[in-house]
Design a protein around this ligand. Sequence first.
Ligand code: AKB
Length: 316
Amino acid sequence: MKKILIIGSTGQIGSELSIKLRSIYGESNVVCGYFAPPFPENFFEAGPTEEINALEKEQIASVVKKYNIDTIYNLAAILSATAEKNPKLGWDVGVGSLMNCLDVAKEYKCSVFTPSSIGAFGPETPRDKTPQDTIQRPKTVYGITKVLGELISDYYFQHWGIDTRSVRFPGIISNLTPPGGGTTDYAVEIFYKAIKGEKFVCPLKAGTFMDMMYMPDALDAAVNIMEADASKLIHRNAFNVTAMSFDPEMLLAEIRKHLPNFQMTYEIDPLKQSIADSWPNSLDDSCAKNEWNWQSKFNLETMTADMLANLREKQK
Ligand code: AKB
């Protein structure tokens, strides 16, 4: 049975990944490393937790040693728009946590998953059906840390045999822990407004297409890539994965099928718009499909219905 440490387990992905990993590998085999609140419900009761500052390598190392960890999910990151406002912090967290995890993994022979992102692409990248192997010249500090993460993770694999694997996540849509400071976050925020019967002010222009994924698919991707047969992997860091591509108008139309009176206006956020304009419209995820049988389950229609049903339930 794997012994897993999650760095960043109170964040958008971490708070749900910890539940999923514990359901697969057992509560006591998944240690939730945390740095900051808010803490998800039952966080301290659901299994082992440890306070870890990912920028302090010794703190990671001592938890890895204490619990005999063999797999690290490193989810510490400052998302794209926030990192543009504080590039030093974006760099320090993105690169610092990664290098510490890789060095600890080298010492204690752990596997490492550090998500990459559609942010690892830039305006010179082919925008439609973006290939797995292509030009990567991101213009954000977040994207630069993601490209660095992909390259250095491959380096640790090639030089020292450290089992590093990753996926390039699109915008992730979920109903448990809200994201913060991402360019794709509008696609989550819109649901909270819709369910409250309030108007949504969209920060991105109509016609801004980006890849998106519902959280259950993102969790499957994070688990399945780490379970994949290593002998079948031609790529490692990091695989394109996607589930849907839409623009704000398509999302609005889908929500209106359930809530016909829902209103949306536009007030463009120049920073977020310029980031979104530099990212792909849609990814080609055929390498993930071929090498480890990646397959998403939710599309725009089924994701929207499920998001609204879940948020309605929470409102009761
Ligand atoms: C962001 O918008 O910064 C993230 C991402 C796509 O990596 N959601």
